[in-house]
Design a binder for this molecule. Structure first.
Ligand code: HEM
Length: 455
């Protein structure tokens, strides 16, 4: 049996590479070590896996005795989300929390959000002036923030809603650059060291956000309405098998989790969509033709069913996956992975970025080519932007809806141009993969006819 390759670079250099040059770091290790290898970051060691078979083993056993999807290892997210977040729960508690939180994001419920997503997109676009320069990422973040605030709280307007929108955006923008992202990996840097330190700003913002969330929770508890379908109302009414509901602290942490996980990722993906569809205008024309042929430009549900638009959204999530890694899983019993025996106590992590760039699955993987998703079917362990198994993203269906409807609506109703012909450069944003300068564009104005303007 061959020993598992171990990356040899000094562990703190690896951590620095991971923070500042994550794609180069993963590509270099893949070229050197292949399907799975031990990465060492400071005191942390884990196996990076990018082979579909090994990912299948990891993600189909993470509810059984051999592998655990434990929450303690996600500690770095505690300062942002709170200790009661679903992401920090393990075992039975984690399963129960998922059962409570999944329903609002799936099935018939989701359809209610389709038209809402379209309306919010049009509403946010109303504020733009033709000729205005903008960063696509800021635009899409505004849209997805409003979608998640409405879906989660059922809030549309009012002072509290506007304050929350403003404060949450500020809180996330604090880690929007790679250097600032080090705060996430070294929580000691986020401590309050006096008035001008980033920690003081974080503490101040977090306190204001907490006040608003607790005020909303208290008001809703006092007037709970059994007919409401927003996530907060459903979580307030939910009871476990012994009739116990969630405490205010638990509700607060889950709201933060949904607000943060639920708009940051999606905003980045749609901004990439704006980049690719303008950098390769043929793709934009095909999408607009498809939407026009299906008479779907004002029909949000119809837009979610279009194959070329869906293939484009998959390619967006493949080429630069916003979540580069799955959450870690812990090996509990000796485990066979591609001919290696892995000892209990070892951490495994699915490397989504490397999986999505395997040439055996995605030839010319650095080319943006939606057609690849029409030419073959990929299994859940070959294409996995939302992870899998016990911690599979609970918002994946909502995220796909948002991607298709927001991108489809922006492309068919408005004209934009890229500020530069150069390809956008991927760059870390907190724990996610964003892009440098957020895709700079010019808004040219509303389109008179919702069909493609060929140039
Ligand atoms: C393009 C958008 C998104 C991407 C790429 C994404 C990706 C992911 C990934 C890779 C995971 C980890 C899965 C694993 O470890 O196997 C995850 C977990 C999670 N996502 Fe998403 N996500 C997106 C949007 C959303 C949205 C819209 C929501 C909520 C409305 C959401 C809420 C969550 C939550 C709560 C978890 C943790 C689940 C758990 O611990 O059981 N995500 N997501």
């Amino acid at each position: 049996m061959t020993p598992l390759p171990v990356t040899q670079t000094y562990p703190y250099v690896q951590l620095a590479n991971w923070i500042f040059r994550p794609l180069d770091y993963m590509d270099a290790n893949y070229r050197r070590y292949g399907d799975l290898f031990f990465a060492r970051w400071g005191v942390l060691e884990w196996i990076f896996i990018n082979h579909p078979q090994a990912l299948k083993t990891m993600l189909s056993q993470d509810l059984g005795p051999a592998i655990s999807a434990l929450g303690d290892v996600n500690e770095i997210l505690k300062p942002l989300l709170g200790e009661n977040s679903i992401i920090l729960q393990t075992g039975k508690q984690h399963r129960q929390r998922r059962k409570l939180m999944m329903p609002p994001f799936h099935g018939e419920r989701l359809k209610v959000y389709a038209e809402l997503i379209r309306q919010i997109t049009l509403e946010v676009m109303d504020d733009l002036q033709p000729g205005q320069a903008l960063q696509a990422r800021q635009l899409t973040q505004k849209i997805t923030m409003r979608v998640i605030l409405q879906a989660v709280f059922g809030l549309h307007e009012g002072d509290r809603y506007q304050r929350l929108e403003h404060l949450l955006t500020q809180r996330l923008d604090m880690v929007s650059k790679p250097l600032a992202s080090t705060i996430v990996f070294f929580p000691i840097l986020s401590k309050d060291y006096g008035k001008w330190s980033p920690g003081a700003k974080i503490a101040h913002l977090s306190a204001e956000i907490d006040d608003l969330l607790y005020a909303e929770i208290r008001e809703r508890r006092a007037s709970v309405d059994a007919t409401s379908s927003d996530v907060l109302s459903l979580l307030i009414m939910a009871r476990d098998e012994v009739g116990q509901g969630l405490s205010d602290e638990e509700l607060h942490d889950e709201l933060m989790t949904l607000l943060m996980a639920g708009h940051e990722t999606t905003a980045t993906a749609i901004a990439w969509g704006m980049h690719w569809t303008h950098h390769q205008p043929d793709i934009r024309h095909k999408i607009c033709d498809e939407i026009a042929t299906a008479h779907a430009s004002d029909d949000a549900i119809a837009m979610t069913k279009l194959p070329y638009l869906e293939a484009t959204c998959h390619e967006i999530l493949r080429i630069y996956p916003v979540a580069m890694l799955t959450f870690p899983r812990l090996v509990q019993q000796p485990l066979e992975l591609l001919g290696h025996t892995i000892a209990p106590g070892t951490l495994l992590v699915g490397c989504i970025y490397l999986l999505h760039h395997r040439e055996d699955l995605y030839p010319q993987s650095s080319e943006f080519r939606p057609e690849r998703f029409l030419e073959r079917q990929y299994s859940a362990f070959e294409f996995m932007p939302f992870g899998g198994g016990a911690r599979r993203c609970i918002g994946y269906a909502l995220a796909m809806y948002e991607l298709k409807i927001i991108l489809g609506t922006l492309l068919t109703h408005y004209d934009f141009a890229l500020a530069s012909d150069r390809p956008a450069i991927p760059e870390r944003r907190g724990v996610t993969l964003g892009m440098k300068n957020g895709v700079e564009m010019i808004f040219q104005g509303p389109r008179q006819v919702a069909t493609p303007a060929r140039v």
